[in-house]
Design a protein around this ligand. Structure first.
Ligand code: ME8
Length: 507
């Protein structure tokens, strides 16, 4: 049976237009989804939009629109961006869709009947931008400990989820599943948080109305995080047992930013424990981007717009840069100069140059016809071994979501390829008819290694690698592409490859 793989991104709030942070998580999920598909998995890749809650209601009011009008408008911007970024999601869920509301209502009802949700009264400090309640001690000086904006005192009748009853079970799960919360430093933070004891969680609001009504008591709307987190199962058709839910749940990985780890590794798993459903296998929290050394914010007017970046540099450059520049899990800084450096050195000099150099030589020495290799010399063998080993290395790094290490492993072979040309000096061999067999072999190894390089790289840079593979006389990668040495067919005729990346001149 074909193995399955389920990867998700957060569903993004529609009160804000997409920026580089949203693009980051979504590109990472896309690369993983494409990679797993290539390795033969049946992949369900989910993204979507979070459309309820006070934040969206307030933003709509400000725009003199209904919340749904606002959502309809902003969601298109996300969807257009994903198309432009080549995102290959299986489904896009909006929390205003009926299928989602049905799933949320079902799980709420189930927990209500079980007694894990009960009606009580709430009084605490509330941060609207974060949609989070804080205790007196947490909200130091009346400020939200997460975003440092003022909190307001809120007292209301509220439904509560008995989160306090699930702390021990959650700790046991975290303990038995060391892979569950990543990276490790974050895992320790969550363990300490749970060990301090979980409070019951307020999961309804009466102070506004933009949300899913509590079944049987529509004066209350369901807390936006209870609503939003359920998207990961409602999109699979939950509570329908069979179909996509049966096939893909539990998720293999929820990719999120570090800002929302607690919701995903404490709230969400305790809801699932209460509902008797399996927990996700992995929650991975990546770091945050700053821009030219500063926090990205509307007030600083330094928000990096992915659309503009793509128009200026090209889609694959943006995809590559995001995953290459910063190890996944750490914070990073975006700057135009580092982006241009990556283009000029990694993409134009290394990757692009290797392809144009080697195809140009094939055209010159063999009229563009790929030659069958003869016996491999030590140098040929070393290079071939390095390229073959890279495929397994990348596989391991992708399992760890270490995207930048996967790319580094590919670039090691690219550098080795450029060095292999210098060491073997094909132009010398070409002068000596006695060395024609060696020359054929060198050319074969060089081009075949690049076939492996571009196949392995294809989830990261789907457009460029399709061009490069075509230039090598190969098809675009198919699902379940077999990435092993020897796929190039002797006798295929190719031309000099186009420059994959023009250098960007800086003054
Ligand atoms: O939190 N750097 O939605 P959201 C890196 N609706 N990533 C960033 C970033 C930055 N500077 N800024 C944002 C929500 N992100 C909820 C999620 S899920 C059930 C509900 C990314 O629109 C990162 O993935 O505020 C973060 O987790 C997400 O955008 C937050 O998006």
């Amino acid at each position: 049976m074909i193995p399955s793989f389920y990867v998700t991104t957060p569903i993004y709030y529609v009160n804000d237009v997409p920026h580089i942070g949203h693009a980051y998580t979504t590109v990472a999920a896309d690369v993983l989804a494409r990679y797993k598909r290539m390795r033969g998995y049946e992949v369900f890749f989910l993204t979507g939009s979070d459309e309820h809650g006070q934040k969206v209601e307030k933003a709509a009011l400000k725009n003199q629109q209904t919340p749904l009008e606002l959502a309809d408008r902003v969601v298109k911007r996300f969807q257009l961006l994903w198309e432009k970024l080549g995102i290959s999601h299986t489904d896009f869920i909006r929390t205003t869709q009926e299928r989602h509301k049905a799933g949320v209502t079902h799980i709420f009802n189930q927990l209500l009947e079980k007694g894990d949700i009960y009606l009580g009264e709430y009084e605490d400090w509330y941060c609207t931008p974060c949609e989070t309640f804080w205790t007196e001690t947490q909200a130091v000086d009346g400020m939200c400990p997460d975003c440092n904006r003022p909190v307001e005192k809120l007292k209301e009748e509220s439904y509560f989820f008995k989160m306090s009853a699930y702390g021990e079970k959650l700790l046991a799960y975290i303990d038995e599943h060391p892979e569950f919360i990543q990276p490790k430093s974050k895992r320790n933070e969550i363990i300490s948080f749970v060990k301090e004891g979980l409070r019951d969680l307020s999961i309804s609001r009466t102070s506004f109305s933009w949300g899913i009504p509590v079944p049987g008591n529509p004066r209350h709307v369901i807390y936006v995080w209870f609503d939003a987190l359920t998207n990961y199962i409602s999109a699979l058709g939950y509570p329908e047992e069979g179909g996509a839910f049966g096939r893909f749940w539990p998720a293999d990985v929820h990719l999120i930013g570090k800002d929302i780890l607690r919701f995903h590794s404490v709230y969400w798993p305790t809801f699932l424990l209460a509902a008797g459903l399996p927990l996700p296998k992995k929650v991975f929290a990546h770091g945050w981007w700053t821009v030219e050394g500063q926090k990205m914010s509307k007030s600083l007017q330094n928000v990096v717009e992915p659309n503009k970046l793509i128009d200026t540099y090209g889609v694959d450059v943006v995809r590559y840069f995001l995953l290459r520049e910063v190890p996944f899990g750490l914070d990073g800084d975006f700057s135009h100069s580092s982006l241009i450096n990556r283009i000029n050195s990694d993409l134009a000099n290394d990757l692009g140059n290797l392809l144009s150099r080697s195809t140009a030589m094939l055209v010159k020495y063999f009229d563009g016809e790929i030659q069958a290799p003869g016996a491999l010399s030590d140098l040929d063998q070393q290079f071939c071994d390095k390229a073959t080993a890279m495929v397994a290395q990348v596989d391991r790094h992708m399992d760890d979501l270490a995207f930048s290490k996967a790319l580094q492993a590919i670039w090691d072979v690219i550098s080795a390829g450029n060095k292999y040309i210098d060491d073997t000096a094909p132009w010398q061999m070409a002068k000596d008819p006695a060395q024609v067999e060696q020359l054929k072999t060198v050319m074969y190894c060089l081009l075949e290694a690049q076939r492996l390089i571009h196949l392995t790289l294809s989830p990261f840079m789907p457009t460029t690698t399709t061009t490069a593979l075509a230039a090598l006389g190969c098809d675009a990668p198919s699902d379940q592409s077999v990435v092993s040495w020897g796929g190039l067919v002797a006798g295929t005729r190719i031309g000099k490859a186009p420059a994959l990346f023009p250098r960007i001149e800086t003054t």
